[in-house]
Ligand binder design. Structure first.
Ligand SMILES: NC(=O)C1=CN([C@@H]2O[C@H](COP(=O)(O)OP(=O)(O)OC[C@H]3O[C@@H](n4cnc5c(N)ncnc54)[C@H](O)[C@@H]3O)[C@@H](O)[C@H]2O)C=CC1
Ligand SMILES: O=C([O-])CC(=O)C(=O)O
Length: 322
């Protein structure tokens, strides 16, 4: 869309002229494997009025490319200007796994990157909802939370660790078990990947073998992709798809749509841990209501996951406090 001086007319301008409303969104790490398809898909989303793309490499290239799509958009080259006034930030920045690596091996590099970006968010858009995807999510969420605590401006419930790929995989794998994902309620709780636990809710039930199959496939789904790409990357397109789904849910929450419920790793009182992934209801300021776990058929697996999660959370918090 063009105005007379040749500059792009964003959907925010359209809103002022009586056009469709929308939110301002930034993607940090936008030139990477996930970032590029995610940027393209978010640019097509009618709830996004302005899209800022930031990366340390090739952000101008990606911005120029998608700016030719005939929807509103602008790129920003400085982190703080990319974040100013933003309603929803997606963080993808950092490095990814190669075969033979665990997610924890990413900690040393990604911890510092996530800290810097969150310091930028605390200054430039402290009220934004943050979707944090950079791994290891079970460590980077506590890091981000500590940064925001220092700034004292952010509500902890705005910070949402994206564990939804575990749910997307679960929906995929229950079909292999011959079930319709619309008819089973299996929230994936705990944290991301090795510490997630699919919890079957009545009236649906699985056999022991089905539960084993589902849990193993979900917990190892990321490694399955890392090995299949033979070093070329980790889950990229399925993550971009998932990031769009989760961002759309957050945008609907911002718009105060009723009944928007997803699983996310968030500050929580559901267990003794300070963060835990459960179903939450999304609203204007992120996780508006955090659902209790309810009756559980997975107590032993959950206790093991909690022990591992507690260590991840401690390591993340210590990284900022040291
Ligand atoms: N939570 C989840 O379920 C999943 C998480 N991931 C994680 O998402 C992250 C991104 O994955 P990909 O896009 O595949 O990786 P990628 O390597 O293709 O892209 C990462 C991008 O981050 C940029 N970057 C690095 N440092 C930066 C900084 N300081 N500021 C801004 N940008 C910076 C790089 O230039 C690169 O373009 C990885 O940490 C990966 O492990 C991936 C899949 C699933
Ligand atoms: O496996 C990885 O490194 C990426 C990831 O978190 C996933 O696909 O679940």
């Amino acid at each position: 869309m063009k105005v007379e001086d040749g500059s792009t007319l964003s959907r925010a301008d359209c809103r002022a002229k009586g056009g469709p409303p929308g939110f301002k969104m930034a993607i940090v790490g936008a030139a990477g494997g996930i970032g590029q398809p995610l940027a393209m898909l978010m640019k097509m989303n009618p709830l996004v009025s302005v899209l800022h793309l930031y990366d340390v490499v090739n952000a101008p290239g990606v911005t120029a490319d998608i700016s030719h799509m005939d929807t509103g958009c602008c790129g920003k080259l400085q982190l703080e200007s990319a974040l100013t006034g933003i309603d929803l930030v997606i963080i993808l920045a950092g490095v990814l796994r190669k075969p033979g690596m665990t997610r924890d091996d990413l900690f040393n590099i990604n911890a510092g990157i996530v800290r810097t970006i969150c310091e930028g968010i605390a200054k430039a858009c402290p009220k934004a909802i943050v979707n944090l995807i950079s791994n290891p999510v079970n460590f980077t969420i506590p890091i981000a939370a500590e940064v925001f605590k220092k700034g004292d401006t952010c509500d902890p419930k705005q910070l949402l660790g994206v564990t939804m790929l575990d749910v997307v995989r679960e929906n995929t794998f229950v079909v292999i078990l011959g079930l319709d994902p619309r008819e089973v309620d299996v929230p994936v709780v705990g944290g991301h990947a090795e510490v997630d636990v699919p919890v079957v809710k009545p009236p649906c039930s699985f056999t022991k073998e089905e539960t084993e199959y589902l849990t193993n496939r979900i917990q190892n789904g990321g490694t399955e992709v890392v090995e299949a790409t033979v070093g070329a990357g980790s889950a990229t397109l399925s993550m971009a798809y998932t990031a769009v789904k989760f961002a759309y849910a957050c945008l609907r929450g911002l718009r105060e749509d009723a009944g928007v419920v997803e699983c996310t790793f968030v500050a929580s009182e559901v267990t003794e841990l300070p963060f835990f992934a459960t179903k939450v209801r999304l609203g204007r300021s992120g996780a508006k209501e955090i659902y209790q776990l309810g009756p559980l058929n997975e107590k032993i697996r959950l206790e093991k996951a909690k022990t591992e999660l507690a260590a991840s959370i401690q390591k993340g918090v210590s990284f900022i406090k040291k």
